[in-house]
Design a binder for this molecule. Structure first.
Ligand code: HEM
Length: 444
């Protein structure tokens, strides 16, 4: 029998978990261990950070599990893309989409984003306070939309950004306040969502069509998805599938990277000595020039910093699965429909694995040490066949953004109290992240 978290009663135990699943699983991981049940009146919920349980659910027995109910709401906006699809359909789409993430494509996408990023850094206003999380969100979504559609016109980017933002906000509210769904149908919110989705779809299909008709289409995700061919059947994706994968890549790829960077800057604002080490590396590898793809990929210390940032604040703080059939894990019966909540945030702060788990120390990821980190103890991108397909894109983007900004600016966190998080789809700063920047060479 595994330990059971009962709280004061059935109802409050589930609420305590839902209120803050990150702190709850960090605390209970330290209290109850790495595999336990959370008693609730509705269905069985198991929480785990145990490598054996993670391996069982995400790798060895992954066929017995489907994505947890939270993902179902996402389908309304994302359709049947890689994040939300299951079974044979998912497997075929994954095979088709994989080449879009090969190194050669990433290099093309890098060349598309580098000027934009360098210019965006040049335009950052100094000495005024701004919300770093909002700034990063806009930057990473611009990068995602340019990498998908090769937009040249800022008006297209703005329109697409607004429409997706509207649909995402609605899905978020439906997920957080399920009891209000009927009301959203009455007060026009649902209609507003359908209109925003229709506007988005019209734009997406228009640009997909332009790509199809172009004899020399730009090197971007849409072109890669259109050209992808099933090696066995020769089949390609139709426009609906390309649309679903495109919005999925956008949704999965920009908020996660934005949050990873925002939290990393927050941690760096308390560690000027680590900022200096990044600068020294950027100076040695790139200097003042515009960076190349291979230079960015050579920034090993900068990557260590990002890895440590994602250890403490993993943007995807958990991976949830529902048992599709009755199963058994380490002798514990897992009835069909149970939820297994694999807490990435708690695994990353497991005291049995990490010395001083709450301290920010990028040296943990030094190439000599990284091999001794046990499997499944660190997994910001998930694990198994459904592991993040965009992890190399994410590193490329985050290393570029961190290097370019640190090279130019000093960053200051502008709130007296420590930053707080909220657990929405990703681990976001609560009430923004007030920062100011100054040119770092000033006063030297
Ligand atoms: C720091 C950045 C990122 C983090 C932390 C992250 C994290 C994750 C995690 C944990 C999963 C697995 C979810 C699960 O098993 O339920 C996932 C899946 C996925 N990610 Fe990412 N991701 C990041 C960036 C990106 C980027 C940049 C892209 C695309 C350009 C992307 C596209 C996807 C897709 C399509 C899936 C679904 C894969 C599948 O089920 O086959 N992600 N991501």
């Amino acid at each position: 029998m595994i330990p059971v978290y009962k709280g004061k009663n059935y109802f409050t135990s589930g609420l305590a978990f839902l209120k803050d699943p990150v702190q709850f699983t960090i605390d209970q991981g330290r209290e109850l261990g790495d595999f336990y049940e959370i008693k609730t009146p509705f269905r069985k919920i198991f929480a785990a950070t145990s490598p054996a349980v993670i391996k069982h659910v995400l790798v060895t027995n992954h066929r017995n599990y489907i994505k947890s109910p939270a993902y179902k709401e996402l389908k309304l906006a994302l359709g049947n893309g890689l994040i939300t699809s299951e079974g044979d359909f998912w497997m075929r789409q994954r095979r088709l989409a994989q080449p879009a993430f090969y190194k050669k494509t990433l290099e093309d996408l890098f060349n598309k984003m580098v000027d934009y990023v360098v210019d965006a850094c040049d335009e950052l206003e100094t000495e005024t306070q701004f919300d770093l999380s909002q700034y990063m969100m806009k930057l990473t979504s611009d990068i995602a939309l340019r990498s998908l559609f090769s937009f040249e016109d800022n008006a297209d980017i703005e329109k697409m950004y607004d429409k997706i933002g509207e649909t995402q906000a609605y899905i978020m509210d439906r997920t957080l306040f399920p009891y209000l769904r009927w009301f959203y149908h009455l007060n026009g919110r649902h209609r507003g969502f359908l209109k925003a989705k229709k506007d988005f779809d019209e734009m997406a299909y228009h640009f997909i069509d332009l790509h199809r008709k172009n004899e020399n289409p730009p090197a971007d995700f849409i072109t890669m998805l259109l050209q992808a061919e099933d090696a066995e059947t020769g089949e390609r994706m139709n426009d609906v599938q390309v649309r679903d994968e495109a919005i999925t890549i956008f949704a999965a790829g920009h908020e996660t990277s934005s949050n990873a960077l925002t939290w990393t800057y927050y941690l760096l604002s308390q560690h000027p000595e680590i900022v200096e080490k990044i600068r020294a590396e950027v100076d040695a590898v790139i200097g003042d020039r515009k960076p190349t793809f291979s230079e960015i990929m050579r920034l090993t210390y900068t990557k260590q910093v990002i890895d440590e940032g994602m250890r403490l604040y993993p943007p995807a703080y958990a991976v949830g699965r529902e048992a599709a059939v009755d199963d058994e894990i380490l002798g514990e019966k897992i009835p069909k429909k149970s939820i297994v909540f694999l807490s990435i945030a708690a695994a990353h702060r497991n005291e049995k694995i990490w010395d001083n788990p709450d301290d920010f120390n990028p040296d943990r990821f030094h190439p000599d040490k990284v091999k001794s980190i046990p499997k499944f103890a660190y997994m910001p991108f998930g694990a198994g066949p459904r592991m993040c397909i965009g992890n190399h894109f994410a590193y490329m983007e985050m290393q570029l953004l961190l290097a370019m900004m640190v090279r130019k600016f000093d960053f200051k966190y502008e709130r007296d109290q420590p930053a707080k998080y909220e657990t929405l789809v990703t681990l976001r700063p609560k009430d923004g992240m007030p920062f100011s920047v100054s040119n770092f060479s000033v006063g030297r």
